[in-house]
Design a protein around this ligand. Structure first.
Ligand SMILES: C[S@@+](CC[C@H](N)C(=O)[O-])C[C@H]1O[C@@H](n2cnc3c(N)ncnc32)[C@H](O)[C@@H]1O
Length: 251
C-alpha cells in the first residue's frame, strides 16, 4: 500500500513510529484486492526460490496471514509474526496448527519474544512482504534484519519484497493492481480498496508520517552489516515500481 506518489523519506530520516502505532491497532486494513496481490507474490516466490514441502518459512509482518493462505499448499512448516494482536488472532484462528507470534515495534522486546517462542528454530525463507516502508528509519529496519539473520538456516534466505524507493510510483502500482482486478472481475473491490487508501486513517497517517524509502545501496549496506549478500529480484510482486531483494550467505 502506498498513499501518494511522493510519499517517502530518505533513508536517514528519523520519525516517531507513527506507522507502527497505526498498524498495531488496525482492524480493517486488509481488503480482497490485497489477497490478489499476495497470491501473485506467493506464486512467483515459490517458482523463483523453488520452495518445496521440506522448506521452513517465517512470514515476518504477516498481517492476517494472506501469504500463508497461499503457501500452505506448498509446505506445512510455516510461522508468522506481526505487531497487530487482531491480525495474529485471525491468523491463529485460520491456521490453528501453525505458530504465530505477537511481536512489537521495539526490536529488543521482539528479540526476547522470538527467543522464547522460536527458540532453536531455523528457517529456509524469512519473508518480509510490504512491511519495510512502515519502519520509522533505516536503522530500525537494519536491526530487525540483523535479528532475523539469527533464524536463517545454513542456506537460508531473507526475502524483502515490495520495497519503496525513489523510483516508486503509486500510480503505476495502482494500475498494475487494477489490471489484475479487471482480469478477475473485481472492480468493486478495487474501488473499495482505493477509497480506503485515499480517505481512511491510512491516508491520515501518511500525511503525518511518510513511508520509508530504502534504496538499493541502503539495503546492500544493511545486508553487508549482517554478513549477507544482497541480490535484486525484479518482478517478484505485482507492483512494477517497487523493488525486491534476496539476502543470503551463499557466494
Ligand atoms: C501492508 S501489511 C502487509 C502484510 C503481509 N505481509 C501481506 O503482504 O499480506 C503490513 C504489515 O506489517 C506489519 N508491521 C508494520 N510494522 C511492523 C514492524 N515494525 N514489525 C513487524 N510487522 C510490522 C503490520 O501490522 C501489517 O500486518
Amino acid at each position: 500500500m502506498q498513499a501518494t506518489k511522493n510519499a517517502g523519506v530518505t533513508s536517514d530520516t528519523v520519525q516517531s513510529g507513527e506507522w507502527g502505532k497505526f498498524w498495531e491497532t488496525q482492524k480493517t486494513a486488509f481488503y480482497e484486492v490485497m489477497k490478489i496481490a499476495t497470491q501473485g507474490f506467493a506464486k512467483r516466490l515459490v517458482a523463483t526460490l523453488q520452495i518445496n514441502a521440506s522448506h521452513h518459512i517465517l512470514d515476518y509482518g504477516c498481517g492476517p496471514a494472506f501469504l500463508i493462505d497461499d503457501l500452505k499448499h506448498t509446505t506445512n512448516y510455516i510461522a508468522g509474526a506481526d505487531i497487530n494482536p487482531f491480525f495474529i488472532e485471525q491468523a491463529r484462528h485460520n491456521h490453528p496448527h501453525y505458530t504465530f507470534v505477537l511481536i512489537s515495534t521495539d526490536t529488543e522486546q521482539t528479540r526476547l519474544t522470538l527467543q522464547q517462542q522460536l527458540a532453536g528454530k531455523q528457517y529456509d525463507f524469512i519473508v518480509l512482504l510490504s512491511i519495510s516502508q512502515y519502519f520509522p528509519d533505516l536503522q530500525s529496519f537494519g536491526q530487525v534484519i540483523d535479528m532475523l539473520s539469527g533464524y536463517m538456516s545454513s542456506k537460508g534466505k531473507i526475502v524483502v519484497a515490495d520495497v519503496i524507493d525513489e523510483k516508486t510510483s503509486s500510480y503505476r502500482d495502482a494500475l498494475a493492481l487494477l489490471y489484475q482486478c479487471i482480469k478477475r472481475g473485481k472492480i468493486i473491490s478495487f474501488t473499495r480498496f482505493m477509497l480506503y487508501v485515499l480517505f481512511s486513517s491510512y491516508s491520515q497517517t501518511s500525511k503525518r508520517a511518510k513511508l520509508l524509502m530504502i534504496s538499493r545501496e541502503a539495503i546492500e549496506a544493511v545486508a553487508g552489516n549482517c554478513g549477507l549478500k544482497c541480490e535484486s529480484v525484479p518482478g517478484l510482486t505485482i507492483h512494477p515500481s517497487r523493488s525486491n531483494y534476496i539476502l543470503s550467505t551463499e557466494q
